[in-house]
Structure formats: C-alpha cells, structure tokens
Design a protein around this ligand. Structure first.
Ligand SMILES: Cc1ncc(COP(=O)(O)O)c(C=O)c1O
Length: 391
C-alpha cells in the first residue's frame, strides 16, 4: 500500500471512529443552503432587533406547538425567569422542582426571588417522581417547575392532579423537549407557561443563544412580552422593571428555517434511539425503552459500575460521551443552605451511573452501531469492574 492510500485509510478510520456528541455539520448539511440564504437576507435587510423575522417565528412556533401565544427571548434561562415572574412567583415563595436537571432550572427560581424545593426522580424516566412531589409540598409552595428531561415528557397527568389537589401553579421547563408530546399535545401547553431553549445543541438549536415562552393565557403572555423588553408595552413607556431579553432577528430567521424540519429532525433522533436499543439489547446497559413521544434530546444509559473509566476508554477510541449530570442539585455549592432539600437517593445514584451517548439528526446506523459495540467491548474488557449491579 502506498503512502497516499495509507493516509487515506487512516483518515477513513479517523472519520469512522470519531463520533462527537453532536455533529452540527451532519445535522445541517441538508438545509445549509437555505440557512445561508436566510442569514444573508437578514444581514442585507439592516433590521436586526424585533423585526418581521421575530414576529413570524413567534407565530410559527405558536402554531407548531399548538399554543395561543409564543414570546421569544434571549435564552432558555431567561425564558424560565420570565415565566416564573409572569406567574407571580417571587420572594417568600417556594417552587418544587426536580433534583436532576441543568442548574439553570433552579437558578431561575432563585433569580425570581423564590426558593427551590428539590424533589427526587423516577429511576426509569429521570423525571420528577409524582409521589415524591406530593410528599415534598410545604406550606410556602406556590408552584411546580417540572422538567421534561432528555426529551421525555414528565408524568403530566399525575403531576397536574397533584397541582390541582394542592392549588399549585404548574410551569414547564421544556428546554430539552421542543416537539415532544404527551397524549398528542405538545409539552409547554400543560402548565400556565412553558419555557424553551434554542441553545445550539437543543432539538431546535439556534446559532447562538435563544429562548421562548409559550402560554395559552393572554394576561401571562402580555406580562412576558412586557418583561422581556424593559417592562415596556409601548416604546419609551415602562410599567415595571424588566429585562433586555430579546431574540435577535438573525436567530429568528434561522430558527424559522429549522422549525420547518423539526419533525424530521426529531424522527431521526428517534430512529437513532431505536438503533441503539437494537445494538445494546442483551447487554448489561440499561437504556431508555421505546416511547413514541420521547424526542431524545439525549440518549442516556445507566451502567452497572465503572462509568468514569468507560467514558475514558470510549474517548480513547474516538467516541464522545457526556455525563448529564455529575451532581444532583442538592450537591451544588450554589444551592447549599438555600434550597429546601429532601433525601434524593435516586438522583444520587443516577448521577454516578448515567452516561449520555452521541445522538443527533444525520447520525448513521453504522455510527450508532460503532458507539454501541464499542461501549459493550469496553465494558467486557473491564469485566472485573462489573460484579455488582446498580439497581
Ligand atoms: C433543562 C434546562 N433548563 C434550562 C436550560 C437553560 O437554557 P439556556 O442555556 O438557553 O439558557 C437548559 C439548557 O441547557 C436546560 O437543559
């Protein structure tokens, strides 16, 4: 074999074996031309803030999600803060939320002046456990901020029933669940308000930061609209202090392009999840079962033990993986002595055993097979590590 073909072989080997968590190029390839055309149009328009693209995007997002109102903002964390404030949550209030989520969920509760009450999760769904939820209610609790983690809708019927029984406002953190449904209704519509993130790796990922709040109540929508723009409902008239939290025209324009393809993108993620299930079946790995309404923001498995070593070995073989999340919220320094904390044994266990594998639209069957087979191999090679089962 000559040098050139050896180089080619090693390049092919590299491209076969290097699998990132998200391959943005592969994801966007089919729509790249559309995106570039749209970006150029905005650059040439000279209008960059609160123009037509934002207005169209909000209408199209509302239509797609089946909500009466959609109000865009600067990022998903702001969307949560705006939703909490529009719901009237503030100092002295307590808000129940999951102990297993990205920090921003609890951070938003704290930024709104309220106190998070952390609740344990269901070991199979990674989502808040409705029984634990009811058992954690205090006299100061005014709301539940649930999270549809990894793209799987939380147990909404049970949670709504808890809220109804105790007069709690329901709010949804849908940062990871754009397009996921529960009994055929899109997440974000069950609570008074739902908050979404367009961070680039999200299912509807933008090209920078972005966020959205949806609601079916006019009063809540008006409050979010006002708060995201300096508490103003007409130019230079300010009713209350708010924020500068607007979505840029260019983000809105590009998100409009991606929104047209969200169903296909989510279906591709579901296909990858199906392949993983096929390749991992019979192994020691616990993986998410088929659930047609799961839109697989992440494909997160639970390993019996040796998780950190497995992650390291995968990386040596060119396969990315991620730990969402290495610490449950009750272990975060920022929440020490602030959050009302109950025992969170399931959060604790899963944070030590979970591992998220690459998943994105455009990921191929053979890449999925490589990840799954390498994972099983790495685990087999360290057989001695696997003497005890986590659950
Ligand atoms: C569950 C959850 N909530 C909130 C956020 C915050 O979104 P953003 O990064 O757009 O502020 C994220 C983003 O990572 C998230 O995953």
């Amino acid at each position: 074999m000559n040098q050139k073909s050896m180089n080619q072989k090693s390049m092919n080997q590299k491209s076969i074996n290097t699998i990132p968590m998200v391959d943005v190029q592969a994801w966007h390839r089919p729509i790249q031309a559309q995106l570039e055309k749209k970006a150029l149009k905005v650059l040439r328009s000279g209008r960059f803030i609160m123009g037509k693209e934002v207005a169209f995007f909000e209408q199209e997002a509302a239509d797609y999600l089946g909500a009466r109102y959609a109000i865009s903002c600067a990022n998903g964390t702001d969307a949560l803060i705006l939703a909490l404030q529009a719901a009237g949550i503030g100092p002295g209030d307590e808000v129940l939320t999951t102990g297993f989520t990205f920090f921003a969920t609890a951070e938003a509760i704290m930024q709104s002046g309220a106190t998070p009450v952390l609740v344990d999760i269901d070991s199979e769904t990674f989502n808040i456990d409705p029984v634990e939820l009811e058992g954690s209610i205090t006299s100061r609790c005014r709301a539940v901020l649930l999270v549809h983690l990894f793209g799987l809708p939380a147990a909404l019927s049970e949670i709504q029933a808890v809220c109804d029984r105790h007069g709690l406002i329901l709010l949804e953190d849908c940062a990871q669940s754009f397009g996921a449904s529960y009994h055929s209704r899109k997440t974000g519509n069950f609570g008074l308000l739902g908050a979404f993130s367009f961070f680039p790796s999200k299912n509807l990922g933008g090209f920078g930061d972005g966020g959205l709040v949806i609601t079916n109540q006019l009063k809540a929508a008006e409050m979010v609209r006002k708060l995201r723009n300096h508490g103003s409902s007409s130019q230079y008239h300010h009713d209350c202090p708010g924020y500068n939290s607007r979505l840029d025209e260019i983000q809105a324009a590009l998100l409009r392009v991606k929104l047209q393809h969200i169903e296909a993108f989510n279906a591709q993620r579901q296909q990858v999840a199906q392949w993983y299930r096929e390749f991992l079946s019979g192994s020691e790995v616990l993986f998410p079962q088929h659930h047609h309404e799961h839109i697989f923001h992440q494909f997160t498995v639970v390993l019996p033990s040796g998780r950190d070593m497995v992650k390291k070995r995968l990386a040596e073989k060119g396969i990315a993986s991620a730990i969402y999340y290495p610490l449950p919220l009750n272990k975060q320094r920022a929440l020490a002595g602030i959050a009302v904390e109950h025992a969170l044994p399931v959060c604790g266990q899963l944070s030590e055993h979970c591992l998220s594998l690459p998943i994105y639209p455009g990921m191929t069957r053979s890449q999925t097979e490589t990840v799954a087979r390498t994972l099983i191999n790495v685990m087999d090679c360290q057989g001695s590590l696997y003497t005890q089962s986590a659950f």
